[in-house]
Structures are given as C-alpha cells and as structure tokens.
Write a protein that binds this ligand. Sequence first.
Ligand code: HEC
Ligand code: HEC
Length: 329
Amino acid sequence: MKLGTLTAALIVISISASWAVASEPIQPIPAASVKNKAMVELGKKLFFDTRLSKSGFISCNSCHNLSLGGTDNLQTSIGDHWQQGPINAPTVLNSSMNIKQFWDGRAKDLKEQAGGPIANPGEMAFTHELAVEVLRSIPQYRAEFKQVFGSDDVKIGMVTDAIAAFEETLVTPDSRFDKWLKGDKKALSNTELAGYKLFKEAGCVACHNGTAVGGGSFQKMGLHADYKTASKAQGRIAVTKQESDRMNFKVPVLRNVELTYPYFHDGAVWTLEEAVETMGRLQVGRNFSKDEIGNIVAFLKTLTGKQPDFKLPILPPSTDKTPRPKPFQ
Ligand code: HEC
Ligand code: HEC
C-alpha cells in the first residue's frame, strides 16, 4: 500500500514537472543526436569546401558563417562575381527544425535545399556535374564517400545527404532561456522574464513558438498594416501561386536572433529594438513603449544557445585532375 502511494506521488510529480515545460509555448532544444558520425564529418568538410563553387572561393560557410551565428550579417548575400543577392540569408543553426526550407518554403528539407546553392548562378554558380567531378578527382574524398556510402562513385545525392547530416548537428542547446524552462528559476533576470511574459501576452507566440521559436509556419508579413519594402520577394505565393500566400513568409526562428542581424527577408532592419517595434505594429497591432521593447529584446537575447563547437576541418588537396577554379569568368 505504502509503495503504491509513493509510486502515485512520484507519477504526480513527474507529470507536473513535464507539464511545467509542456505548458510553455517554447520547448528546450535537445542536444544534437549524431546518427552517423562519418557522414557528419564528410558533410562538415563539404560545408566548408569552396571548390563546390565556380570561383573556388565560395562555400556554404561563406554565407552561413558558423563564427557568426550561421549567417553572413549582410542585408542580402554576396554571390558569384560579387552579385548582390535578392534576399537575406537565414541562419543554418537549428534549420533542421523548419517545416520547410527557404523564406518561401520551396525546398521540403535540408537535403533538397543543399543542392540549390551549388548550382544557383547567383550563389556558387557551379553545376552538380562539376561539383561531383571535383570530388571524384580527389582520392581522399573518394575514400570517405566509400566509407560512408559504400561506393566511391560520388553522386550529388550523397553530397546533399552528407551536408544535411552535418546541418542536423548545428543545434544550439543550453541557452539561458532553456535553463529556465528546465527549472533553473535564477537563469533569467526580472527584465528578461517581463519580456517573456509580454512576448506571450502580446501574441508573438502565435507564430514564434515550438523548439526553434519559429520555423513552424508561413505567415503574412504585415497583418495590421502593410510592410513597406524595396524587395521584390513576395513569399510563399512563388511556390503555391495562391493569391492568399502573397507576402506570406516562413516565420524565422528566433533562436540566436541576437547574432543573426540584419532582420526580415529584406534584411532592412539592423537592430532588435526596431525589429520588435515593427513586429508589434504590423503583426499584433500594438505600439510598444520603449521599456516594453527593451524587455522583449532582453528576453530575445536569452535565446542565444551554445554554438556548434568543433575543429575546423582540413580539406584534402586537389589533384592534377581537379577542375580548376574560375573566379573571373
Ligand atoms: C551566396 C550566399 C549563399 C551560399 C553560398 C549558400 N547559401 Fe544558403 N542561403 C542563402 C540565402 C540568401 C538563403 C535564403 C534564400 C531564400 O529563402 O530564397 C539561403 C537559405 C538556406 C537555407 C534555408 C534556411 C531557412 O531557414 O529556410 C539553408 C538550410 C541553407 N541556405 C544552407 C546552405 C548550404 C548547405 C549551402 C552550401 C551548399 C548554402 N546554403 C550556400 C545564401 C547562401
Ligand atoms: C502573425 C505571425 C507573427 C506574429 C504574431 C509575430 N511575428 Fe515576428 N515574424 C513573423 C514573420 C512572418 C517574420 C518574417 C517577416 C519577414 O521577414 O518579412 C517575423 C520576423 C520577426 C523577427 C525578425 C527575425 C529575423 O531573423 O529576421 C523578430 C525579431 C520577430 N519576428 C519578433 C516578433 C515579436 C517580438 C512579436 C510580437 C510582438 C512577433 N514577432 C509577432 C511572424 C509573426
């Protein structure tokens, strides 16, 4: 009998403990689970390898710099031949949590996404055939592909599989906010807590929720008033051709948002204060006071987590057979 009561009590405690987190609209980020270490290591090399671009100068890391929160901190990215990109680069950190990839969701997952930039004339300006030819010409890469995929006949699908596997490890757990969620009530200051409370009450969590504090839906930018921008991007309508999707963009993840300036799809806003003021006016129809904005910004900065930490990969050298970079053609 006694044991039964104890068990019942324990069940109540564990239910209420998990309820404490479950009742919040934001959940802590679990540590990365590495399923295939060799594949992740290969993907890491490919992520940093500039030879997957026509110029031999641009890698994924050029625009998704892992020293800078997984982005380039530019209004819009610089591509092949110093071309001005059309849109702001979102972070690759926690991107595995997105329902789809890109602002308009045109790629269904990280694997499908990873093939895009290599062949995009405005980004890496290469072709999948040439990228594969480069990798096949390098014996050390062939050996690694053989180890991971059982074949050294490199295919673009293996390249994108490996890059996606690496990207899945780019999560940022252990932010101060996550510590608070997990029960460390001293992890946040009163200002930060007031900011979180307002973030919930004002309705920001209707769109920015879940583990990544965003990334889960497409929403109209400019609900209460139009968003004025010089950018030609119209969002999700480009994919669905539905008029109702005009100016619907994927809700950005707010994890590490302190690091991922400038903000919005057009990269027009450089400070978190201005981004929050804009969101208040356009998305929830509120003109926040300076103090309110300060509180929300203080909360947002608690979402900066532990950044991916690893040894910079050393890439295998090219050979006589490796196609040469063409930076000026
Ligand atoms: C020239 C700069 C540039 C390069 C190089 C580049 N990207 Fe991107 N990346 C961007 C931009 C800009 C976007 C947003 C494009 C859009 O949404 O239309 C993006 C979007 C993404 C996204 C989607 C994130 C999200 O939240 O939707 C992922 C993932 C990504 N890139 C990974 C990669 C990988 C992997 C590589 C290398 C194979 C790469 N990128 C190379 C600029 C770049
Ligand atoms: C109706 C859905 C919705 C609501 C409510 C909402 N947002 Fe957003 N938020 C978005 C979308 C969509 C974007 C991207 C818009 C764009 O780039 O054009 C965004 C972008 C942002 C950004 C910039 C992130 C980046 O990386 O570019 C911040 C910061 C932000 N929101 C904070 C807030 C705050 C604070 C609130 C509450 C006052 C809020 N949002 C309410 C949908 C919403």
